[in-house]
Ligand binder design. Structure first.
Ligand code: ATP
Ligand code: MG
Length: 877
C-alpha cells in the first residue's frame, strides 16, 4: 500500500511531467492581506496573478499547500473530529494555469492522475459541473461537460448549482464555474442498493468530494455584474488527507498513516484506547490528532497564540483540544506538547520548519496548555458557584451565564449543558445563542469596511515603487476609490509610480503629500494590498487628471530608515551575544523607535544588554556601507541570509548586507547608505511578550539623541532638587535612611504621648446617671490614635461597670471623633455607636462615619463644634 508520503510525491511528479514547476507551500499565516488571517486554499498565494497585479515566473505551477479553515468564509471547526473528513489544517494539492491551459487539459489530467496513477476504480468516481444560472444570465458549463464526456459516462456527470459549482474569490474579483470530483467509498453491496449519484453533496461520510477544479473566466464588479477576464486561469485543489484515505481504502481520514502515529502516541500517553466509534472519547482522539497539526504549523510559521485576530484563532483551537483530553480522556496535564517531536519527524521532509523550531514550538504550546488547564479549573469552580446560586431558586442557567463560561473560560455550550444536567439544571440555549449572535454582530460592526469599486483614471498596469532611491517623483493617478470604515470616509489612490513605502515587514507606511498642480493633498498612510501600493488620503483633488508631484515626508522617512538598519544590527548582535537560537518573531519599525521580538528563553541581563549595545554602536562607528542586492531566494539562502519562512514562491528576494561577516538578511525595507548615518543606538526596554519570546525596544539616530538628552536632563533635575551634592546616589540613599530613622523616633514619641494622655483622661472619669463617662477634646496628630485610646479604655473601664467615652480632636482644621460604649449600656438604652454618630454627631461636624456597635468613628469638615459633640453624647446618658 502506498504511504501518504509516496502519494504526495506522485502528485507532484505527475504535474512536473505535464510541464508544471513545483513550488513550496506559502506560510499558513497570511501576512499582507487584510481580508484573510490564514491561508484557506492553495490559490491564496497566487491571488496577485489572478488579479493581474503581478506576473508569475512560470505559467504552470503545482504544490501542496498548508491550509487552515477555522475562520472567515470557511469555518469547519465544529465538524472536526466529529466527522471523519474535515480538518482544521489540511494539505491542499493543487495545479495552476496562469493564462495558459484551460478546461480540456485540466479535466483530462485530473482523470489520468486519479484513474491511471492512483488507480481509483472509475466506477467509484462522479463529477459535477455548473448547471447555469438564469438570474446571472449564465449558461450551463457545456465546455466542461463535453470535456468530461470524453472520459466518463454521461450518467456520472451531474449538474450542480451556483452554491456548489460557481466559485468566487470574494465580493468582487475573479470567479468562474467549477467542477468537483467525488468518490464513492461504500462497499459494493451498499453501492448496488443505493445509486452513488443520489448521494453526491449530501454529507454522506463515505461519498465525499476530493478535488475541485475552478475555471476562472469572469471578473465580478461591485455592482454585481460579471465581465469576462482577458486571461483565463485554472485553479485546482485536492484534499490530500481525503485522497490518501481513498487510496489506502480506509473508512476515515484518521485511519490513514497521516494520523495513526499521533493517535497511537495519544493512546500510550493517556492509557486510553481509540475505538474508531462516535463516542466522545473517540472524538477526543481525532480532535487531538487534528488540532495538534494546526497548532504546530501556525506557531512554526510565526503566529503566537494571543487574545486577538489570528493568535486568538490558534488559542481557540488549542483550547478545544485541551478541553477534549481533559474531559473525555481524563488527562489533566499538558499533553499536546508531548506529541510535537513525533509530528515534526513525520513532516520533516515536506514542511521542515517545524523540526527546525521544535524546542520553541513545544515550549509555547506547553505554556499555553498549562495556562488553560488553570483556567479550566477556575471555570469548573465558577460553574459550581453558578449551580449553587441557581439551585437556590432558579432551575435554569441563564444565557448570560452560559455565555460567560463559553467566552471567558472556553466552555462550549454542550459541556456546560452536561455539567448542568448532572446538577439537575437546564440551560437556556436560545438566550445563549442570542448572546453569541450579539457578540458576533459587535465584532463584525467593528471591522466592517465598505469598499467601493475602483474608478480608473489612467489605464495602466501595476505601480512601480521608486522609493528606495527617490523621495519625490512626478507621476499620475491610475485609479482611486472611496472606503468607509467605522463610519469614517477615506480615499485610496494608486499612482503610476510611487515613492511611498507601503507598510510591510514591520516597517510603517510613508506619509507625505501629493501636489496636484498646486492643490496639496496630504498622504496619511501607505499600505499594500495584494502587491498594489495604496496611498490613503482624507480628500480628493479637484482635478484627478492633473500631473502629480508625490513627495515623501523626508525627516520621518529618515528616522524610520535609521531604525530599520538598526534592527538588522541589533538582530545580528543578539545572535552573537545570546546564541544562534535567536530568531525574529515580530518587528515594528517607525520614526519614534524600533521594537524587536525574538525567541529566547531567559530575561536578557543588564550585562548582555550592555554588550549588545556596545557591538551595535561599534558597527555604527565602523561606518559600514549597506549593500542591497536582488536575487532568487535560493541564492540568498546559499549566501547565508537568515532564512525567514515568510517568503512566497516566485519572490525575487532583496538581500541587505551589512558586512558579509556580520549581517545578511532578506528584507524589503528602506535602509541607510552607511551605518554611520545611524549616529547612535540605545536600548530603552527589555521585556517578555509570550512564552519564550522577548522584546527589545530601542532607538537610533535623532530619536536616540533625544532619549539620551531626556535622561540626562532628568539626572540634572534630580541633582538640583538635592542641592547638587557631590555624589547623587549617596545623597539619595542618605535621604532614605534619615527618613526611616525620623519615622521611628516619631512613632515612639507618639506612643509616649498617648500613654500620658490616657493616664490624664482616666483621672477625669465622671459618673453620669451611674455610667462612667469620659468626654474630652484631645490634642493628637491622627484619627488613628483616637481609636487606639478608646481601645485602651475598654479594658481599663470594664471592671467598674457601664461606660461611655467620646474623644474629639481638631486635626489640621478637620473634626475627628471616636465613640466607645459598653454592651450593657448600649442594650439598656437601645443605642448603637454608628447610630449615634449618624444622628447626633455627623450634623455637628458636617461629615459622617460608622463602625461597630460599640466603637465607631467619624470625620467632618467643621471642627468648631467639638464641645457640643461632647455635650450631646453626655446628654444621651
Ligand atoms: P466540503 O464541501 O467537503 O467542505 P469544500 O467545497 O469546502 O469541501 P473546496 O473549497 O472546494 O472544498 O476545497 C477543495 C478541496 O479541499 C475539497 O475537494 C476537499 O478535498 C478539500 N477540503 C476542503 N475543506 C477541507 C477540510 N476542512 N479538511 C480537509 N480537506 C478539505
Ligand atoms: Mg467546506
Amino acid at each position: 500500500m502506498a504511504t501518504s508520503a509516496e502519494i504526495r510525491q506522485q502528485f507532484l511528479d505527475f504535474f512536473t511531467s505535464k510541464g508544471h514547476q513545483v513550488v513550496p507551500s506559502a506560510p499558513i499565516v497570511v501576512k499582507n492581506d487584510p481580508t484573510l488571517l490564514f491561508t484557506n486554499a492553495g490559490m491564496n498565494q497566487f491571488k496577485d496573478y489572478f488579479l493581474g497585479n503581478s506576473k508569475p515566473a512560470a505559467k504552470r505551477v503545482a504544490d501542496t499547500q498548508k491550509c487552515l479553515r477555522v475562520s472567515g468564509k470557511h469555518n469547519d471547526l465544529e465538524e472536526v473530529g466529529v466527522d471523519t473528513y474535515h480538518h482544521t489544517m489540511f494539505e491542499m494539492l493543487g495545479n495552476w494555469s496562469f493564462g495558459d491551459y484551460f478546461k480540456a487539459e485540466a479535466i483530462a489530467w485530473s482523470w489520468e492522475l486519479l484513474t491511471e496513477v492512483y488507480k481509483i476504480p472509475k466506477d467509484r468516481l462522479y463529477v459535477t459541473i455548473f448547471e447555469g444560472d438564469a438570474a446571472e444570465k449564465l449558461d450551463r458549463d457545456d465546455e466542461a461537460y463535453n470535456e468530461w464526456k470524453k472520459w466518463i459516462p454521461a450518467g456520472r456527470i451531474l449538474n450542480g448549482n451556483k452554491k456548489d459549482n460557481f466559485w468566487e474569490m470574494g465580493d468582487t474579483g475573479p470567479c468562474g464555474p467549477c467542477s468537483e470530483i467525488h468518490v464513492d467509498c461504500r462497499s459494493d453491496e451498499e453501492r448496488s442498493k443505493v445509486d452513488g449519484s443520489t448521494l453526491i453533496n449530501k454529507d454522506n461520510p463515505q461519498v465525499i468530494e476530493i478535488w475541485n477544479n475552478v475555471f476562472m473566466q469572469f471578473n465580478r464588479l461591485k455592482d454585481k455584474r460579471l465581465e469576462p477576464l482577458p486571461e483565463k486561469h485554472v485553479d485546482t485543489g485536492m484534499g490530500f488527507e481525503r485522497l490518501v484515505r481513498v487510496i489506502q481504502q480506509k473508512q476515515s481520514n484518521y485511519d490513514t498513516d497521516v494520523f495513526t502515529g499521533t493517535i497511537a502516541a495519544t493512546a500510550q500517553i493517556t492509557g486510553k484506547q481509540y475505538d474508531f466509534s462516535d463516542s466522545k472519547e473517540a472524538v477526543a482522539f481525532r480532535v487531538i490528532a487534528d488540532h495538534i497539526r494546526a497548532i504546530a504549523f501556525t506557531i512554526a510559521d510565526g503566529q503566537l497564540p494571543s487574545n486577538t485576530g489570528a493568535g486568538y484563532v490558534i488559542r481557540r483551537i488549542l483550547r478545544r483540544a485541551v478541553r477534549y483530553y481533559y474531559s473525555y480522556l481524563d488527562y489533566k496535564q499538558p499533553l499536546l506538547h508531548q506529541l510535537m517531536p513525533l509530528l515534526a519527524g513525520q513532516f520533516e521532509t515536506v514542511f521542515p520548519e517545524l523540526k527546525q523550531q521544535l524546542g520553541f514550538v513545544s515550549k509555547v504550546v506547553r505554556e499555553e496548555e498549562e495556562a488553560f488547564l488553570r483556567t479550566l479549573e477556575k471555570g469548573l469552580k465558577r460553574i459550581d458557584d453558578i449551580v449553587k446560586t441557581a439551585s437556590n431558586g432558579n432551575k435554569q442557567l441563564s444565557g448570560k451565564e452560559t455565555f460567560e463560561l463559553y467566552d471567558t473560560y472556553g466552555f462550549p455550550f454542550d459541556l456546560t449543558q452536561l455539567i448542568a444536567a448532572e446538577n439537575k439544571l437546564t440551560v437556556n440555549e436560545e438566550d445563549f445563542k442570542a448572546e453569541m449572535q450579539q457578540q458576533k454582530d459587535r465584532s463584525r460592526a467593528a471591522t466592517a469596511i465598505d469598499t467601493e469599486d475602483w474608478v480608473v483614471v489612467n489605464d495602466e498596469s501595476a505601480t512601480e515603487f521608486v522609493g528606495y532611491d527617490s523621495l519625490d517623483i512626478k507621476t499620475k493617478v491610475l485609479k482611486y476609490r472611496k472606503v468607509k470604515a467605522k463610519g469614517k470616509e477615506a480615499y485610496q489612490l494608486v499612482l503610476s509610480a510611487t515613492p511611498f513605502y507601503a507598510e510591510s515587514g514591520g516597517q510603517v507606511g510613508d506619509t507625505g503629500a501629493l501636489d496636484f498642480g498646486g492643490e496639496q493633498i496630504e498622504v496619511i498612510d501607505t499600505k499594500k494590498e495584494n502587491n498594489l501600493y495604496i496611498q490613503f488620503t482624507e480628500k480628493l483633488p479637484a482635478n484627478m487628471e492633473a500631473p502629480v508631484l508625490a513627495s515623501v515626508n523626508p525627516a520621518r522617512r529618515k528616522a524610520i530608515t535609521a531604525h530599520h538598519s538598526a534592527t538588522h544590527l541589533l538582530h545580528a548582535a543578539l545572535r552573537k551575544v545570546l546564541g544562534a537560537h535567536v530568531a525574529q518573531k515580530g518587528s515594528l519599525v517607525n520614526d519614534e523607535q524600533l521594537r524587536f521580538d525574538f525567541s529566547h528563553f531567559a530575561k536578557v541581563t543588564e550585562e548582555e544588554i550592555a554588550q549588545i549595545e556596545q557591538i551595535v554602536n561599534e558597527k555604527i562607528r565602523e561606518n559600514i556601507p549597506v549593500v542591497i542586492r536582488e536575487m532568487p531566494k535560493d541564492e540568498a539562502i546559499a549566501l547565508g541570509a537568515m532564512a525567514l519562512f515568510g517568503e512566497k514562491y516566485g519572490d525575487r528576494v532583496r538581500v541587505v548586507v551589512i558586512d558579509p561577516n556580520y549581517s545578511i538578511e532578506l528584507c524589503g525595507g528602506t535602509h541607510a547608505g552607511t551605518t554611520g548615518e545611524l549616529g547612535f543606538f540605545k536600548i530603552k526596554h527589555e521585556s517578555a511578550v509570550a512564552a519564550g519570546v522577548r522584546r527589545i525596544e530601542a532607538v537610533a539616530g535623532n530619536a536616540a539623541e533625544q532619549y539620551i538628552n531626556e535622561q540626562f536632563t532628568l539626572v540634572q533635575q534630580i541633582k538640583e532638587a538635592l542641592k547638587n551634592p557631590k555624589e547623587v546616589l549617596k545623597a539619595i540613599e542618605n535621604l532614605g535612611t534619615e527618613n526611616s530613622e525620623l519615622k521611628k523616633r516619631l512613632e515612639s514619641l507618639e506612643a509616649k504621648q498617648l500613654a500620658a494622655l490616657k493616664e490624664t483622661l482616666l483621672q477625669q472619669v465622671t459618673q453620669v446617671n451611674g455610667t462612667q463617662f469620659i468626654g474630652s477634646i484631645v490634642e493628637t496628630g491622627s484619627a488613628d490614635s483616637l481609636k487606639k485610646l478608646c481601645f485602651d479604655f475598654k479594658t481599663a473601664l470594664a471592671a467598674n461597670g457601664a461606660y461611655v467615652v467620646v474623644l474629639a480632636a481638631n486635626i489640621d482644621g478637620k473634626a475627628q471623633v471616636a465613640l466607645l460604649l459598653d454592651e450593657t449600656f448600649a442594650a439598656a438604652k437601645n443605642l448603637e455607636a454608628p447610630k449615634i454618630i449618624k444622628e447626633h454627631i455627623a450634623p455637628l461636624i458636617k461629615g459622617g462615619g460608622g463602625g461597630q456597635k460599640t466603637l465607631a468613628t467619624a470625620g467632618g469638615q467643621d471642627a468648631g463644634n467639638l464641645p457640643q459633640v461632647i455635650e450631646k453624647v453626655k446628654g444621651l446618658i
